[in-house]
Design a protein around this ligand. Structure first.
Ligand code: F6R
Length: 610
């Protein structure tokens, strides 16, 4: 939530900050702001605008700001409404110290009260505003010193960018439970919440850890930990380009990312499939490979779409490894008393690797000594760095707020993990070979479904005015029904519910009438007959049904109102195919209803606050 950009160096052109901010807009987009130090005027100029980054851009055309250092910010409101006053950067009473903040200051009320009693005047309803005032209180000519003292008082999560006109040659940044990285240029440093923001300027980055503070000047970067010990950082090379993070001719990132799935699935498989022995290998798991032989249980934790991937993974792992497997939403897991035993592998799935609840759940397991594994898309992200071993998706940047290619990539990796763990146990060579062979066909099968997008668009047009939708599936496709409903509600704001089809009769069937369509996921698998019965029950109550079934199952046209056909594969891989029409359906309905599908209201790409 919220995007931060900072810059210090030889360039004085603030468009660098604006360009970086545009790439972070997925993190929040209700207002945007900036502050820049102008050496001639010896002052800091600031400007804010409610709405998207483009509004700030328009306002910046009316002024001629330039200088260094500078800060940029795009907001996803947590404390206080969407107003210019509440947008960052925030400053102190003298407009000397300016701060951008991603996260939440939990004890801001008491700090604010105290500061007000001391005479500090506040202008916003935010938690963040206490930070510049605290720095003001402690400032004696050295910005880092004052920041250090301020850090002793605040509690919560924060990624901070701080500049001051009274110590103007510095940009100070701090990280605690919110993402922040430093881009390294020549006589310049950039700071951002995510590497996609700065990749056009530099591919060299350093990732800050929690509790670390960096003091940057154009020539040097001093990093220290929570105990004020100097820290030496490795410089990582970003292995993707700015083009990877652009729309590539598609009207929306969401559509681009849906269409990229044959490639992102291929990338998830690359070098990991051993067809002859029916096995899978992951470089990232080599350090724990032997330990995995002796585990007796698997626990999967994630949020949202990644959690639904985990639910599918549970079916795969239980069926082929014989290991009991649980899947939990991280926000519940972290507040339960999770039983952490030596014989369990704890798997955390996250596209961003920065989701606050997933990270907190991971830390809880680590504290208790559990073995932690990750399936992560963003390299160098917090979850990736903190798990004992992990698997990268290599799906490329996912910019659309609604997750699409990350989901199918997560399913692909879960299938590979099933092979790895299954073949270490009872899974036969023949079964392993079938799964590897089918996995290699998946990218082509996905391509075939994507070719039907015009037909799916027509169906979306037909149903675009519906106000409710039910999604049903069984077994492997029950989590896909949940994911289909989530996609539709996020993108089109239509009320949608996902249900295990067997639960229909226990309540939801009461909703069904002519106005309440159902999407039924019914490949011809082991629960097909049961699904057909559920569809008949809906039809008997005049509910419209869109069925997604296998090619060659012409009989379905007799039962359902509309049918989308997908190619056949083995049961455990069906979810990868079944979800594609659901993603396209949600996308086309969202577009037909005139919504900004890449940035749905009230959402942000990376949920770095609780
Ligand atoms: C839905 C969506 C979210 C995320 C969830 C977890 O389309 O994108 O439900 O899946 O916020 O995010 P990550 O995977 O980054 O941990």
């Amino acid at each position: 939530m919220c995007g931060i950009v900072g810059y210090i160096g030889k360039q004085k052109d603030i468009r660098i900050g604006l360009e970086a901010l545009r790439r972070l807009e997925y993190r929040g987009y209700d207002s945007a702001g900036m502050a820049v130090y102008n050496a001639d005027a010896k002052t800091i100029h600031s400007l804010k605008a409610v709405g998207r980054v483009v509004n700030l851009e328009q306002r910046l055309k009316e002024v001629s700001f330039e200088g260094s250092p500078f800060l940029f910010y795009t907001r996803w409101a947590t404390h206080g409404g969407v107003t210019e006053e509440n947008c960052h950067p925030h400053s102190d009473c003298k407009n000397s110290v300016w701060v951008v903040h991603n996260g939440i200051i939990e004890n801001y009320r008491e700090l604010k009260e105290k500061l007000q009693q001391e005479g500090h005047a506040f202008h916003s309803e935010t938690d963040t505003e206490v930070i510049p005032h605290l720095i003001e209180r402690f400032f004696e000519g050295n910005l880092e010193e004052a920041v250090r003292k301020m850090l002793g008082l605040i509690r919560g999560s924060f990624a901070l960018g701080i500049i001051s006109k009274d110590d103007p040659e510095k940009l100070v940044v701090v990280r605690n439970s919110a993402p922040l990285l430093i881009g390294v240029g020549e006589n310049e440093y950039l700071v951002a919440s995510d590497p996609s923001a700065i990749v056009s300027q530099t591919k060299k980055v350093m990732y800050l850890e929690d509790g670390e503070m960096a003091s940057l000047t154009p020539e040097r970067c001093l990093i220290e930990d929570i105990n004020h010990h100097a820290v030496r950082k490795a410089i990582h090379e970003i292995d993707w380009s700015v083009e990877d993070a652009q729309k590539g001719g598609y009207s929306h990132f969401m559509l681009k990312e849906i269409m990229e799935q044959p490639e992102s699935i291929t990338n998830a498989l690359r070098g990991r499939v051993l067809p002859d022995t029916g096995e899978a290998r992951f470089g990232g798991l080599s350090v724990v490979r032997e330990r995995l032989r002796s585990i007796k249980r698997i626990s999967i934790t994630a949020c949202g779409t990644a959690y639904y991937a985990g639910l599918v993974g549970r079916y795969m792992l239980e069926e082929y490894t014989g290991l009991p497997c649980e899947a939990d939403v991280a926000s519940e897991f972290r507040y339960r008393r999770p039983i952490v035993k030596d014989d369990t592998a704890f798997l955390f799935i996250s596209q961003s690797g920065e989701t606050a609840d997933t990270l907190a759940a991971l830390r809880e397991v680590k504290k208790k000594g559990g073995l932690t594994l990750g399936i992560i898309n963003v390299t160098g992200s917090s979850v990736a760095r903190e798990t004992d071993a992990g698997i990268y998706n290599h799906a490329g940047p996912e910019i659309g707020v609604a997750s699409t290619k990350a989901f199918t990539s997560q399913l692909t990796i879960l299938a590979l993990l099933t092979l790895l763990l299954g073949r270490q146990r009872e899974m036969s060579l023949a079964d392993g070979q079938v799964v590897t062979r089918e996995l290699q066909r998946i990218p082509d099968l996905v391509k075939q479904i994507l070719e039907q997008r015009e037909k799916i668009k027509e169906i979306a047009e037909k149903y675009k005015h519906a106000e409710n939708f039910l999604f049903i599936g069984r077994k492997y496709n029950y989590p896909v029904a949940l994911e289909g409903a989530l996609k539709l509600k996020e993108i089109s704001y239509i009320h949608a519910e996902g249900y295990g089809a067997g639960e229909m009769k226990h309540g939801p069937i009461a909703l069904i009438d002519e106005q309440f369509p159902t999407i039924a996921l019914c490949p011809q698998d082991s629960v097909y007959e049961k699904m057909v019965s559920n569809i008949q029950e809906i039809k008997a109550r005049k509910g419209p049904v869109i069925a997604i079934t296998n090619e060659g199952n012409g009989g379905m046209k007799e039962i359902a109102d509309d049918v989308i056909f997908v190619p056949r594969t083995i049961e455990m891989l069906n979810p990868i195919l079944m979800v594609i029409p659901l993603q396209l359906f949600a996308y086309f309905i969202g577009v037909a209803r005139g919504y900004d599908v890449d940035k749905p209201r009230n959402l942000a790409k990376s949920v770095t606050v609780e």
